[in-house]
Design a protein around this ligand. Structure first.
Ligand code: CUA
Length: 309
């Protein structure tokens, strides 16, 4: 799980930094207006009540100035600052950007690197300092992609591709979330953006583009059979085997991932056993069913999954 959980006001990339600047500007402006009105309110309380009865011309000036002119000026300035920030934010198509296709599902993230023939889930690796062009779409309902410390939100829609770009200034694991209610387990639709050195990123791509590791030992080999027999293979793909399902996450390199169930659990043997053994307990309503698997077969299945590096 990420040890660095940064919010949108602690930006770790240029896009998020630009947005944080706009936020602080609006906060400062709001503070000034708040103090101005607090001072006027208090001074009004202590005014000599006999001095100004009825609606004199000075009252009209205050109403027009404070009720019309000031709001129009403030809103116009905020609008201008926001437009200026939006103009310099990249929307995709930078020459050296790493292209990543992200497809939202209830409730996980399908991730493809089309230029590298890599498919993974719930984890987006990226080289530090280089832009990532995200092409976002959905397989079912509307989701929203958001890594607060790296950039803004953008919806994932069925039958449409929305693009955005961001980059990270320093290595780290940045937590991402689904930012639009998409069903009962919306809150458990997380992911990680992992920024690493270019060399580490290339090494990761090289690993991910390989076929699945052969099971080591009899138990794990039996696990691969169980994977097909009990129906896991109907929904999940493991490259190099007969498992070619596409409704669930690709598991070819499951053991290299940091989390399980869309950043719901750390990827440890104990949590893997909990998740495979009783997914409905951990994420009620998820498409993954509780499968009746005997104790011995379950141990074999887990041994196989833990070996998918
Ligand atoms: Cu997907 Cu909320």
């Amino acid at each position: 799980m990420p040890n660095d959980v940064f919010g949108s006001l602690d930006p770790r990339g240029p896009v998020a930094a630009e947005m944080a600047d706009v936020w602080w500007f609006m906060f400062g402006l709001g503070l000034v207006v708040f103090i101005l009105f607090a001072v006027l309110l208090v001074s009004g309380l202590f005014r000599d009540k006999g001095s100004d009865r009825g609606m004199g011309s000075s009252s009209h000036r205050w109403i027009v100035g404070g009720g019309v002119v000031l709001p129009v000026v403030v809103v116009t300035v905020v609008f201008g600052v926001t437009l200026a920030a939006m103009r310099i934010l990249p929307v995709g198509g930078s020459g050296d950007a790493v292209v990543v296709d992200v497809i939202g599902h209830q409730w996980w993230w399908e991730v493809h690197y089309p230029d590298h023939d890599v498919t993974t889930a719930n984890e987006i690796h990226m080289p530090v300092g280089r832009p990532v062009e995200l092409r976002l779409s959905s397989a079912d309902v509307i989701h929203s992609f958001w890594v607060p410390s790296l950039g803004g939100k953008l919806d994932l829609l069925p039958d449409r591709v929305n693009t955005m770009e961001f980059s990270a200034d320093e290595p780290g694991e940045y937590r991402g979330v689904c930012a639009e209610f998409c069903g009962t387990q919306h809150a458990k639709m997380g992911f990680l953006a992992v920024a690493e050195s270019p060399a580490e990123f290339e090494a990761w791509l090289a690993t991910q583009s390989q076929q699945a590791a052969e099971p080591v030992g009899e138990v794990a080999a039996r696990g691969r059979e169980v994977f097909s027999e009990v129906g896991c293979a109907d929904c999940h793909t493991i490259e190099g085997t007969d498992a070619v399902g596409t409704t669930g996450p690709d598991l070819t390199h499951l053991a290299t991932r940091e989390t399980l169930a869309a950043a719901t659990l750390p990827n440890t043997p104990e949590h893997l056993a909990d998740w495979v053994g009783d997914p409905q307990e951990i994420k009620e309503g998820v498409n993954m069913p509780d499968l009746p698997i005997g104790e011995e077969d379950m141990a074999a299945l887990l041994a196989y999954l833990e070996g998918l590096e």
